[in-house]
Design a protein around this ligand. Structure first.
Ligand code: SF4
Length: 296
C-alpha cells in the first residue's frame, strides 16, 4: 500500500501525484498529509438500524475528503486537516478504546486519503467486531484491492449518475463510472449483506444515496445503475436528510427536498424491485444529526 504514496500519491481517482510523505500538509486536490486527523471517535446512533443497532456504531471521523461537495453536511472537518493527528499505533489505540465500549462495529468515516495508515493499523490489529468502510464512493479499484480481508462492511455513497452534476457540485469528474466500478469491487470482496441473529450487519455492502433538491433524474439514474449492474439483493439506503448549511452557491441547493421529491424517488426505488435496505424518513433532515467535533 505504501507504493501509492512513496513517489506520488495516486490513492484516489484524482490521481494527482502529490508528494505527501515528507510534508506536514500535503499538496494535491485533498491537501492532506499522510497521517490522519481524527475529529471524532465515539458511539454514533444515527446510522442505519443494522449498523447503529442498540449499542451504536463506533465512528471514527477522519478529517479532509477527496471530494469537495458543495452540499457537504460535515464541511467543518471535510475541507482541511484537523483533529488529533495519529499514526497506525495511535489509530489502534482509538479502535481498542471504542471496541471496549460494546459498540457493534468500527466505522471508518471518509477514510480514503489515509488508507496506508489504516491498512497498517488493521494488519497489526483486527478488531473482533466488523470494520466498516464508510466512503464517498470515489475510489480507485486498485486502492480498494489493498483493503481486501481487512474491511468487513462497505458503506459507499453513490451520489451521482449525472457526470455534469458530479463536476458541478463535487469536483469529481467521471464519478458515475468510477463509483460503479468501485462498488462492484466492494461486492466482489464482501458480497451482499450477511446479518447476525441480533439483526446487525456483519459483512457485505450497503449503498447509500442522498436525494438532492431539484435532482430527480440524477436519483433515478443512480437507482437504475444499481438495479442494472449490482446483485438484485443489494442493500440500498435512501437518504432524505439533506439540509442547506449556508455554504451552497447554487440556488437549487438552498432548500431541503420536498415531500414530492422524496415520494417520487422512494417510489421509483420500489418500482425497480430494490426492496432490501432502508428509506430514511423525510423528517430526518435536521442539523441535529451532525455530531459535534473534537477540533484541535
Ligand atoms: S488522496 Fe489526495 S493527494 Fe492522493 S490522489 Fe487523492 S486527492 Fe490527490
Amino acid at each position: 500500500m505504501d507504493n501509492f504514496l512513496i513517489e506520488r500519491c495516486s490513492l484516489c481517482p484524482h490521481n494527482c501525484k502529490a508528494k505527501r510523505l515528507d510534508r506536514e500538509f500535503g499538496e494535491g486536490f485533498c491537501g492532506l498529509p499522510v497521517l490522519p486527523g481524527i475529529c471524532r471517535a465515539d458511539k454514533h446512533m444515527w446510522e442505519e438500524p443494522n449498523i447503529s443497532g442498540i449499542n451504536g456504531s463506533g465512528t471514527i471521523f477522519f478529517s479532509g475528503c477527496v471530494l469537495r461537495c458543495e452540499f457537504c453536511q460535515n464541511s467543518e472537518i471535510s475541507r482541511r486537516h484537523c483533529g488529533k493527528t495519529v499514526d497506525s499505533n495511535g489509530l489502534i489505540e482509538i479502535i481498542k478504546e471504542l471496541e471496549a465500549t460494546g459498540i457493534h462495529n468500527i466505522n471508518l468515516v471518509s477514510p480514503t486519503p489515509y488508507y496506508p495508515v489504516i491498512v497498517k493499523a488493521l494488519q497489526k490489529y483486527k478488531p473482533s467486531i466488523p470494520v466498516v468502510c464508510n466512503t464517498s464512493g470515489y475510489e480507485r479499484v486498485e486502492t480498494l484491492r489493498a483493503l481486501e480481508g481487512l474491511i468487513d462492511i462497505y458503506l459507499p455513497d453513490f451520489k451521482y449518475s449525472d457526470n455534469a452534476l458530479a463536476v458541478k457540485y463535487s469536483q469529481a469528474p467521471d464519478y458515475p463510472k468510477i463509483a460503479l466500478n468501485a462498488i462492484k469491487e466492494m461486492v466482489r470482496q464482501v458480497g451482499t449483506p450477511v446479518h447476525g441473529e441480533d439483526g446487525m450487519m456483519k459483512k457485505g455492502v450497503m449503498v447509500r444515496h442522498l436525494i438532492l433538491p431539484d435532482s430527480l433524474e440524477n436519483s433515478y439514474g443512480v437507482l437504475d445503475m444499481i438495479a442494472d449492474n449490482l446483485p438484485e439483493d443489494i442493500y440500498v439506503s435512501l437518504m432524505a436528510q439533506y439540509f442547506p448549511t449556508g455554504n451552497e452557491t447554487h440556488g437549487e441547493l438552498k432548500r431541503k427536498i420536498t415531500a414530492e421529491e422524496y415520494e417520487k424517488v422512494s417510489g421509483y426505488m420500489l418500482l425497480l424491485g430494490l426492496e432490501n435496505g432502508f428509506v430514511q424518513e423525510l423528517v430526518s433532515s435536521s442539523k441535529s444529526y451532525v455530531p459535534s467535533w473534537d477540533l484541535l
